[in-house]
Unconditional design. Structure first.
Length: 181
């Protein structure tokens, strides 16, 4: 499939009524969910969750990890909700990591060293990124979010592992409220 094929699909999509179903308030998705996941094309939530436009914002990140940039973005949406629609509705934040992630290659010191040198990155800062144990990295990222002072305590955070071979989601951390510690 090429980009031209995707552009043709966009024309077909634009001819439907799907855009009219977008939420009235842009940062409040219709399913009240915000998803952080990996950039791996096998883990596209529209595929395994049956997503449509406006259903849930998806923040794809290499590895699906909660980085300072991800936290800033979520904090912004949290702030918008708190200041512009203080009565809600509030949304749940889902962290989804997956099995067979390419980030596990960063666990190889030689590859990590080469990547750091090529990109001008600090090698030690890359060591925490590999999702070699997706359940453990999901728990760590959920903990980062639920203890983030930048987020509203009205947000619930949950964590999942997507099993790429089976196409199933495993709940690792059920809905947990943000608690400013």
């Amino acid at each position: 499939m090429s980009l031209a094929t995707l552009l043709d699909r966009n024309k077909a999509f634009a001819a439907t009524d799907a855009v009219a179903k977008n939420p009235r308030i842009p940062w409040l998705p219709s399913q009240l969910a915000y998803i952080i996941t990996c950039i791996d094309s096998r883990t596209e939530p529209a595929g395994f969750l049956g997503d449509n436009p406006g259903v849930a914002p998806v923040q794809p990140r290499a590895r699906g990890r909660v980085t300072p940039a991800v936290l800033r973005d979520v904090a912004y949406i949290s702030y918008l909700t708190e200041t512009k629609t203080p009565d809600g509705p509030w949304w749940e934040l889902a962290v989804i990591h997956h099995t067979d992630c390419g980030s596990t290659l960063l666990a190889d010191p030689e590859l990590r060293r080469g990547f750091a040198a090529r990109g001008g990155y600090v090698e030690g800062e890359l060591a925490w990124l590999p999702a070699t144990d997706p359940a453990a990295t999901v728990r760590a990222d959920v903990d980062t979010l639920v203890t983030a002072p930048q987020l509203s305590p009205n947000i619930m955070v949950s964590g999942y592992v997507y099993h790429t071979a089976a196409g199933t989601l495993e709940t690792v951390v059920g809905p947990t409220p943000v608690t400013k510690r």
